[in-house]
Design a protein around this ligand. Structure first.
Ligand code: SAM
Length: 249
């Protein structure tokens, strides 16, 4: 069995699918048991192609690991929240008292939950523009959350108060740093309708009920804008549709 590993190649910026496979192979190689690495033959060819490696495996272990990881490739949803003020003491009985926290709770529910399952391969980042704070939920670690909005708001309340919740971090940060790290696709009703592009991507940015903050227009200008069609969906519906499209891959 043989694999081709293209590392840091210049095409990956244009082709997110290449990025996905690069990441997959790099992770696969890193997690390969050290004692089995001797069975791998890794070589680089030609000085002009220094960044192209041909990775050959003659064991079945790598192939079984790859099959396990393919469905686990992380999906990243970055959500901008323009109206929630995280410094206020929120009430789970009124999720709209300090901005539209209901929108954020629905997005979290749509991103993580299936009817009877939890998507551990999802990571959510919510950028709160008022406070310049980032909330990160790592689906592979987060525990004890339910799909209903009030229950999710209860967890967010704890996090906003500075209490620890496993799998969730809350810190000062900049949206532009997340964007340069993940190079997300922008979901925008005015973008290009192209489901192939969505299928080949793994990180997405979604606006809240008021869309995207104007101050980020320049940062966004370098990203690909993709539309799901002429209907304007709720943020949470947009996430469900993307999850559905990626489920077909
Ligand atoms: C309710 S919409 C925002 C509406 C807001 N008035 C605006 O002008 O952006 C919430 C978010 O869902 C996503 N969205 C909604 N409909 C979409 C579509 N047809 N294609 C792609 N993304 C969409 C966008 O990310 C949008 O920012």
């Amino acid at each position: 069995m043989s694999f081709f590993l293209f590392q840091g190649n210049p095409f990956s910026v244009q082709f997110p699918l290449v990025q996905r496979f690069e990441k997959l192979f790099v992770e696969a190689f890193q997690q390969f048991k050290p004692e089995k690495k001797g069975q791998l033959f890794v070589s680089s060819f030609f000085s002009s192609f220094q960044r192209i490696y041909f990775l050959y495996s003659f064991t079945s272990e790598l192939s079984s690991k790859l099959q396990r990881w393919v469905p686990n490739l992380k999906r990243i949803f970055l959500i901008t929240s323009n109206t929630v003020d995280t410094s206020k003491s929120l009430s789970i009985n009124s999720l709209t008292s300090f901005g539209r926290l209901d929108v954020i709770c629905r997005c979290i529910s749509a991103a993580f939950f299936l009817s009877n399952d939890f998507r551990k391969n999802v990571d959510i980042y919510i950028f709160f523009t008022i406070n310049k704070r980032i909330l990160h939920m790592d689906g592979s670690v987060v525990r004890g959350i339910n799909p209903d909005e009030r229950a999710i708001a209860g967890i967010l309340k704890r996090v906003f108060q500075g209490l620890p919740v496993s799998g969730i971090s809350f810190y000062n940060g900049e949206l532009k740093d997340l964007i340069s790290k993940y190079q997300p696709v922008i979901l925008d009703v005015h973008g290009e309708v192209n489901q192939e592009f969505i299928r080949a991507s793994h990180s997405f940015i979604i606006g809240d009920q008021v869309g995207y903050p104007k101050e980020f227009e320049e940062v966004f200008s370098v990203l690909k804008k993709i539309s799901l069609g002429i209907n304007e969906y709720l943020s949470s519906q947009t996430i469900s549709i993307v999850n559905y499209i990626l489920d077909q891959v």
